[in-house]
Design a protein around this ligand. Structure first.
Ligand SMILES: [Zn+2]
Length: 120
């Protein structure tokens, strides 16, 4: 298959490779207005959802977030519904690129608990 194989997959199929069906469904149920994307650049993406924050460092391949489900899934690099929702809301191309990289370069990505200590 060509390198474009992943590009031809829908976000849904890509998302399912980073989480499970139940979480993908829950991500879809989060309302658009609950997600605030604060920044999208080549290097990083920052967003807020409900009372949580999400940060994607694209340079260093670090995904930081802070909900309970995220913390439980850290070890196996499983995406929670909030991060899933972010991928649903990002421009398709951006979302596809990041998800593809997450799947193909999984070992190089770090999933982290957001540092809350420097919030004071
Ligand atoms: Zn979450």
């Amino acid at each position: 298959m060509s390198p474009a194989t992943y590009q031809s997959l829908e976000w849904k199929e890509l998302l399912l490779k980073t989480t499970d069906g139940a979480r993908a469904n829950r991500a879809r149920k989060i309302k658009d207005e609950e997600l605030i994307i604060n920044k999208i650049s080549v290097k990083e993406i920052k967003a807020e959802i409900r009372s949580y924050s999400i940060k994607i460092d694209l340079d260093r391949r670090i995904l930081s977030h802070d909900c309970q489900d995220w913390l439980k899934g850290l070890g196996i690099k499983r995406i929670c519904k909030h991060v899933g929702k972010l991928f649903l809301q990002l421009p398709t191309e951006k979302s596809t690129n990041i998800l593809t990289d997450l799947i193909e370069q999984k070992d190089k990505w770090q999933f982290q608990a957001s540092a809350t200590s420097d919030d004071g």
